[in-house]
Design a protein around this ligand. Structure first.
Ligand code: ZN
Length: 453
């Protein structure tokens, strides 16, 4: 077996791991690079391996940093099956076409306003490319053995990160390699905890929060405090949110805050058609999360759906306190950009981040204290308050990752720390070496390792 790291090294984005096993080439995850420009440029360079030479893809979950390169892989010649859970397939059906549409819109917008340095700006891929790649998805159940090829087995196990999220176990000749995917948290209010891992000869573990502990304050209390304060000063609470996962958790928390009389009755807008679709998928998959049907319905009713671009623009002219949830979660694109232009300059408003902000994104800049950000070629001042609901994270923190690792029946022969920025990956590597005594390393981009039977 041979393993090559085609992404997810030194960054939380671009996850792609190429496994050559039993004569097959299997790509585990097919993510987009996001954030720093030098990373994003990799999306536009040819993949270091010929797409047509890959036999199968396995997706751990639907987030774009794990699935968003699939339209390009298929456009450039990949013709094999893409294995994933049913939840992941349904969410990809929403996320990938939206990603293609957004790239087309941004290229058009850049060309109209001619602020792009590329002339003309071209979308990375189109909505049509995204629909084409969906044909290759092969949805399956959690905890079922699936043959990838002769003597090569795949099992997808619940990872608790978002709906459909799995860790992938690939077995061959009595050996097993485990890809953690993104790991959820043991006590999330909405998602169930990741399953205990069992056995692995080799392990890839994510390290998004490998150097951090999430705040002990519960997210509901923190969000309640932020909303009360902002509403008291007649401000707008603007929440850039990932349409899948965080949007549903936030809606549920807002519903609970209202039901418990913790926040005043102000309008709440969910300004993301994609988040609305994702919420429907979430409601259909009862049993994968902790909410029952009544709680799901209450969650759905807690916000006013904003569908059209016209309604979205009208919000920017509306006066008085309100809460707006809009994608994207790291303010890299989507409708939230127009809201940031409208609301970031006013000190009465609060911008609330609800998930990891990858280096190089506007979200990371604002959270890091930037007093202005560039949006659509304009400098926008940031005078609004800025908050982060870190305890609402969909990722395990460092202690929770260590706790999950302690669930292995024996140390893997080698553990690879991936999906983290350099500091986070290195701190987790040291903790795994010091506290567990396991052989562990942080692989480099394009590094290739032989996994000897
Ligand atoms: Zn994720």
């Amino acid at each position: 077996m041979r393993l090559q790291f085609l992404g997810g090294t030194g960054t939380v984005t671009g996850s792609k791991y190429l496994l050559e096993v039993g004569g097959l080439r299997v790509l585990v995850d097919c993510g987009l690079f996001q954030g720093w420009k030098m990373l994003r440029l990799r999306n536009r360079a040819p993949l270091p391996v010929e797409p047509a030479s890959i036999d199968a893809v396995v997706l751990t979950h639907a987030h774009l940093d794990h699935s968003g390169y699939l339209p390009l892989l298929v456009r450039d010649g990949f013709r094999g099956p893409v294995y994933c859970t049913a939840g992941t397939a349904e969410l990809c059906g929403v996320l990938l076409p939206d990603s293609g549409r957004l790239q087309e819109e941004e290229a058009n917008y850049a060309n109209r306003r001619s602020f792009s340095r590329h002339d003309p700006a071209l979308p990375l891929y189109t909505e049509a490319d995204a629909y084409a790649c969906l044909q290759r998805l092969v949805p399956g159940d959690f905890e079922r053995d699936l043959p990838l090829g002769p003597g090569i087995g795949l099992r997808l196990r619940p990872a608790g990160h978002i709906l459909g999220a799995a860790m992938a176990e690939i077995s061959f000749g009595g050996r097993r390699i485990v890809f953690s995917g993104d790991l959820g948290r043991p006590h999330d209010p909405v998602m169930k905890p990741p399953v205990s891992p069992g056995r692995a000869d080799w392990l890839l573990v994510e390290s998004t929060y490998g150097n951090r502990r999430h705040a002990p304050e519960d997210a509901q209390a923190q969000l309640g405090r932020i909303i009360r304060r902002t509403v008291a000063q007649s401000g707008v609470v603007l929440i850039p949110t990932f349409a899948v996962g965080r949007a549903q958790s936030l809606l549920y928390l807002i519903h609970r805050l209202r039901a418990e009389g913790e926040i005043p009755q102000v309008p709440v807008y969910l300004n993301s058609p994609m988040a609305l679709d994702a919420t429907e998928i979430f409601v259909r998959h009862q049993g994968e999360h902790r909410l029952d049907r009544a709680q799901c319905e209450a969650m759905c009713r807690s916000a006013i759906a904003v569908q059209s671009a016209e309604e979205s623009k009208a919000l920017n002219r509306q006066r008085g306190p309100m809460i707006i949830l809009a994608a994207s979660g790291m303010a890299t694109g989507g409708r939230v950009l127009h809201h940031l232009k409208a609301f970031a300059p006013d000190p009465r408003n609060t911008i609330v981040f609800s998930g990891y902000q990858a280096g190089g994104t506007r979200g990371a800049a604002i959270l890091g204290g930037a007093r202005q950000v560039r949006i659509h070629g304009e400098d926008v001042p940031v005078h609004a308050g800025v908050e982060c609901l870190s305890s609402l994270s969909a990722h395990a923190d460092a202690d929770e990752i260590l706790e999950w690792l302690r669930g292995f029946v024996a140390p893997p022969r080698q553990t690879f720390v991936v999906h983290g920025e350099p500091d986070a990956a290195d701190v987790l590597r040291r903790r795994i070496a010091d506290e567990l005594g396991w052989p562990v390393c942080v692989p480099d981009y394009l590094q290739s390792v032989e996994l000897n039977a």
